[in-house]
Write a protein that binds this ligand. Structure first.
Ligand code: FAD
Length: 494
């Protein structure tokens, strides 16, 4: 049986391990942390449960596909439900919008609350769905860097449906088709789903709302960490071996062929190596190829985040599972994040409260707030300064918009900032999604799922094709396992 080692137990590493174990490989995962999940972990404090990283769950079919492939009943591992409102939006002018996942309801809410013609919303979402079905399904499911992808019969159809505007207009410019600034702001925000700037990123990103506004938004029972737990359990069931607290020091290669890894100064030999580590660090530390590492950095990093995990000793009925408090000047906020690399004093604030879905995620009469603002990836702030300034900005804005001094109700506080994101998960500069999509060619410049320099070395996860976020990371696992299947002759099925 051929041996595979996977470096890192992030969501993409876990999914790749499952797929390869099902294909009959002997798979071992080496993870530097004590637990699996990478960015997708959780912690508890004084009866408050906090998901540490991702909070929005879309496309559960990517998880279901893994259980179907492994021929295991998903219900024994994982359950989730749909949420009727994808997000509740708050504006400083007092307006609010509930983004219902029912398209008709969402369109009429936009008309009633903002005066945005419902037809503008439905036609936008219709175009997003078409774009997703024609283009994204090809580019998200296959390597962009293999000739076979370009010979695929659906590529011609995909390319035909690619309008000039999708590539050459920015998302912000494309979204001026909405009459109201508030509607533009909602649809510009989707660029942040891969850590990009809507005023730079191509209008191609207009397909993102298709995911949550058309396919739906979901909530996993037990919080987002249930995804990690389910995949870890499935991997164990399929015979994957896990080695936690085991940082990989080097990838062994000779004659430009990967031969294994070094852990605890011991050589572990393997036929295939898959790195779920940030591709920049894979080149810099694991391969020692500084030139290639620098090449990765030619692309701008995606934004990072500053998160406050607040245990709140009060309930706020006006809030939902996902809430956004918009800045008054979105363009200025993105200029600060990407151009000036500074904190903006009127940030857009995201608040996720899972106790709205499951009361037991917080003590009685309390709520577990995950409060996040976007910040530059390469912030040069000293963390204590960054945290103090951001906290003051957030509390001031919430006081204005909620009419309440939230600071009086914080009974538990933890923080996550770019430096701790890098320390915890090995994401260079703490960027959430690897590289940004701020250039028109971003999708093509993103690192492939294999390396041309070293045979039998593959890459999965948010820093490589097709990109960051749980759905795309799971797609990268599928692409990598398909590449390995066709590249490596598998021994008899285990
Ligand atoms: P990662 O989670 O980055 O994990 C990589 C793993 O590799 C880590 O466990 C690390 O310890 C390990 N590793 C690295 N180097 C080594 C080494 N040398 N040896 C051994 N192990 C190593 N996505 C969404 O879909 N929805 C959201 O709402 C969302 N919100 C987010 C909010 C925050 C605050 C953050 C941080 C991220 C968010 N994301 C969201 C992004 C999402 O979390 C990531 O895209 C995804 O989890 C990345 O998974 P990954 O497989 O690339 O690996």
């Amino acid at each position: 049986v051929k041996k595979v080692v996977v470096i890192g137990a992030g969501v993409a590493g876990l999914a790749t391990a499952i797929r390869l174990a099902v294909q009959g490989f002997e798979v071992a995962v080496y993870e530097k942390n004590a637990t699996p999940g990478g960015k997708l972990t959780a912690f508890n404090d004084n009866g408050f449960h906090f998901d540490a990283g991702p909070s929005l769950f879309t496309q559960p079919q990517n998880i279901e596909a893994l259980f179907a492939l492994a021929n295991e009943p998903i219900a024994d591992y994982f359950s989730y439900k749909t949420v009727p409102v994808a997000c509740k939006y708050f504006y400083e002018n007092g307006k609010t919008v509930q983004a219902y996942t029912n398209q008709q309801m969402f369109a009429s809410e936009m008309e009633q609350q903002l005066g945005e013609p419902a037809a503008n919303v439905t036609s936008y979402l219709h175009n997003a769905s078409k774009l997703y079905q024609n283009v994204a399904t090809i580019f998200l499911n296959f390597s962009l860097h293999k000739k076979s992808t370009w010979l695929h019969f659906r590529v011609v159809k995909a390319l035909r449906s690619l309008k000039f505007a999708y590539l050459f207009k920015s998302l912000g410019n494309y979204n001026t088709r909405f009459k109201t600034e508030e509607a533009q702001q909602i649809f510009n925000r989707f660029a942040t789903y891969n850590g990009s700037n809507p005023y730079k990123a191509p209008a191609m990103l207009s397909l993102i709302p298709h995911l949550e506004q058309t396919e739906g938004a979901f909530y996993p029972t037990g919080g987002m960490v249930s995804i990690t737990n389910a995949l870890h359990k499935l991997a164990l069931k399929k015979g994957v071996h896990f080695h936690f607290n085991t940082p990989v020091q080097k990838i062994i290669y000779t004659d430009n062929q990967a031969k294994g890894i070094v852990v605890n100064n011991n050589n572990i030999m393997a036929d295939v190596v898959v790195s779920n580590s940030d591709v920049y660090f894979t080149y810099k530390h694991l391969i020692g190829n500084h030139k290639k590492a620098q090449k990765v950095l030619k692309q701008e990093r995606s934004s990072s985040a500053l998160v406050f995990y607040w245990g709140i000793n009060k309930t706020y009925p006006q809030l939902d599972l996902h809430n956004i408090f918009f800045t008054k000047n979105y363009q200025a906020e993105f200029d600060h994040i990407f151009k000036l690399k500074r904190l903006y004093n009127d940030p857009t604030i995201y608040i996720n409260i899972t106790s709205k879905q499951e009361q037991q995620q917080a003590p009685n009469g309390c709520e577990n707030w995950f409060v996040m603002i976007n910040v530059p990836a390469n912030t040069h702030y000293e963390p204590a300064t960054l945290i103090a300034q951001a906290k003051a900005n957030i509390l001031h804005k919430l006081q204005t918009m909620l009419g309440d001094d939230v600071s009086k109700h914080i009974v538990v506080e933890h923080t996550l900032h770019p430096q701790t994101i890098e320390q915890n998960t090995g994401s260079y500069m703490g960027s959430l999604y690897g590289t940004s999509s701020n250039s028109k060619m971003a999708a093509f410049l993103r690192h492939p799922n294999f390396t041309s320099a070293i045979k039998n070395l593959y890459c999965c996860g948010g820093s490589v094709h097709p990109g960051g976020g749980i759905p795309l990371c799971l797609k990268s696992a599928q692409i990598v396992s398909d590449l390995i299947k066709s590249d490596v002759k598998v021994a008899a099925h285990a």
